[in-house]
Ligand binder design. Structure first.
Ligand code: TXA
Ligand code: MG
Length: 324
């Protein structure tokens, strides 16, 4: 299959929507990362996403909508969900809610679960595409399963060229880490995945402390498929480095450790927003260039666990987890 590169203009967006409507797979940029889109109501198209990514069928997908009203037509929204939507949508927040009685999202997309993950992404091109579609679009990150997420169109082609119909080039992603996922099905809200909306902002909006699932489990019960090895570059990753070896590449944060021949600084000034936006491009760069230079590992400096640092650390810990 030949993958087309579509430009972010009215014609590119119309073509992307037409391909999706016909059951094809189109990757597109969101404010977080590039997603691999398909018509959420089309079983065959949804199944093709799992095949293109090599994704286990037990790992459900997020459905994307142009508006909160469109999203809440498919799930049973609670008052808290509506409040969060008002505050954070469009934006990098995903809510897991019970499927509505007449939910049009393919059961393949929700992996047979009674819940569905929904979000309204930000970004002019993303919004224009979803509006042109007029149906929910499922979109996991547009990378082969387990590998580093894509934050520009070239990253998508590097992993999926020839396996998908098209990529809509929306430029580099502004946020750079995936959406925060909050589970709203139970008695208290649960943080299922840290992401682009900080825990601090979410707890403020909820007016309560969120439950945090235990880290390090291979499968989180309420979020099947959140396997611990994920975001993995080809080179092994070593966290909390306080010195760098001659055969290591360095992923720095703040003042870089001395002595590294090859380095990528997430943010020289220690700005977590800049660091999130540069994270996946940095892992890709160090992996490719480090491999070319015969380096054996990526050493990562400490990133603080507050604000966006929580999401950055989560991705790095998964990148460093033992490979299956
Ligand atoms: O920012 C994002 O969320 C990006 C962009 C493209 O929107 N998408 C993304 O999708 O990160 P993906 O497939 O890479 O991650 C989706 C996560 C998975 O960990 C999955 O297990 C979880 O969402 N998820 C989906 N549906 C769920 C459900 N019903 N219950 C619990 N977790 C769910
Ligand atoms: Mg992903």
């Amino acid at each position: 299959m030949h993958t087309r590169l579509l430009h972010n203009d009215p014609q590119g967006i119309a073509t992307a929507a037409a391909i999706l409507r016909a059951g094809g797979l189109v990757a597109f940029g969101t404010e977080t990362v590039y997603g691999l889109g398909a018509d959420a109501g089309n079983d065959t198209a949804v199944a093709a996403i799992y095949a293109a990514k090599g994704r286990p069928g037990i790992n459900p997908l997020i459905s994307h909508f142009a508006s909160a009203d469109a999203a809440f037509a498919q799930v049973a929204a609670t008052p808290l969900a509506r409040r969060l939507a008002e505050r954070f949508w469009p934006g990098p927040l995903t809510m897991v809610l019970p499927r509505a009685a007449h939910c049009g999202i393919s059961p393949i997309a929700t992996a047979g679960l009674p819940t569905a993950a929904v979000r309204v992404p930000a970004g002019d091109a993303t919004q224009a595409l979803l509006a042109a579609c007029g149906f929910p679009v499922v979109a996991p990150s547009a990378n082969p399963s387990g590998r580093v997420s894509p934050s520009d169109a070239q990253h998508v082609l590097a992993g999926l060229d020839g396996r998908i119909d098209a990529v809509l080039d929306c430029g580099p992603c502004r946020v750079g880490v995936e959406s925060t996922i909050i589970g709203l099905g139970g008695d208290t809200p649960v943080l299922l995945r840290p992401g682009g909306i900080t825990l601090e902002a979410l707890e403020d909006a909820c007016g309560m402390t969120l439950a945090l699932p235990a880290r390090g489990n291979d499968v989180r019960p309420s979020a099947p498929g959140q396997l611990s090895s994920h975001y993995a570059p080809g080179l092994p990753v070593r966290l909390e480095a306080t010195a760098v070896e001659p055969d290591e590449a360095l992923l720095a944060f703040g003042p870089p450790l001395p002595g590294s021949g090859l380095a990528w600084n997430l943010s020289a000034t220690g700005d977590l927003h800049e660091a999130a936006a540069r994270l996946f491009a940095g892992l890709r760069f160090l992996d490719m260039e480090g491999h070319r230079r015969g380096l054996v590992r990526i050493a990562v400096q400490h990133v603080p666990e507050h604000g966006l640092g929580r999401a950055i650390r989560d991705r790095l810990i998964r990148a460093a987890s033992p490979r299956a």
